[in-house]
Design a protein around this ligand. Structure first.
Ligand code: IMP
Ligand code: MG
Length: 181
């Protein structure tokens, strides 16, 4: 039976339970190990949403790692295409000639990751790969390759596993679809 949480006016329908998230993360770790073949990696956590997925993904990954955090902000509401984004927190290391793994919670329109990949590319890393817990296709505006996708989902507003609605529900271990009452 599918779990349903009722919290205030919100209804959260479980889409992927915590066990299945953990199992998928283990598969992704194996894929990442194979892709890197022992080469060192700079793992970049995109705050805030990726914090939980990132921790699970890098824990005992078995690849020599540097851990970095970035946070993006957009000018204005961040709702119009072509609107530029900025870092509210940038990397604290140089990435020239290094392998990068960007770790994001969810790719939606693709604008955030497009900005990040373009910005990092200009710093001449050796490689850039993208891992996202969820690759959501419905509203994609910019074609983007998610190298390591946890779950490919068509639509829905998702929370849990780091993903929020107005800063709520990031702490939930499973992935839920938010149904507003
Ligand atoms: P973009 O549209 O691909 O640039 O996605 C930007 C950001 O929107 C993601 O990193 C998430 O923080 C947020 N986002 C997009 N879809 C969802 C969702 O279904 N739940 C929670 N956050 C989302
Ligand atoms: Mg995000």
């Amino acid at each position: 039976m599918q779990d349903v949480l009722k919290i205030g006016d919100d209804t959260l329908k479980e889409v992927i339970n915590v066990k299945n998230v953990a199992a998928r993360v283990e598969e992704l770790k194996e894929e990442i190990r194979r892709a890197l073949a022992g080469e060192p990696l700079v793992a970049v956590c995109v705050l805030k949403g990726a914090f939980m997925f990132f921790t699970d993904l890098v824990k005992d990954l078995g690849v020599p790692l540097e851990i970095e955090f970035v946070r993006l902000a957009s000018y204005g509401a961040g709702t119009s295409p072509g609107e530029e984004m900025v870092f509210s927190k940038d990397l604290e290391t140089t990435i020239k000639d290094k392998n990068l793994l960007i770790v994001e919670d969810i790719v939606d329109t693709g604008r955030s990751m497009d900005f990040l990949i373009r910005t990092f590319s200009a710093r001449n890393p050796k490689s850039i790969r993208l891992a996202a817990l969820v690759d959501k296709e419905e509203r994609r505006e910019i074609e983007l390759k998610v190298d390591f996708a946890g779950f490919r989902l068509k639509k829905g507003f998702l929370v849990g596993c780091g993903m929020d609605y107005a800063e709520k529900y990031r702490e939930l271990g499973g992935i839920y679809e938010l149904i507003q009452g």
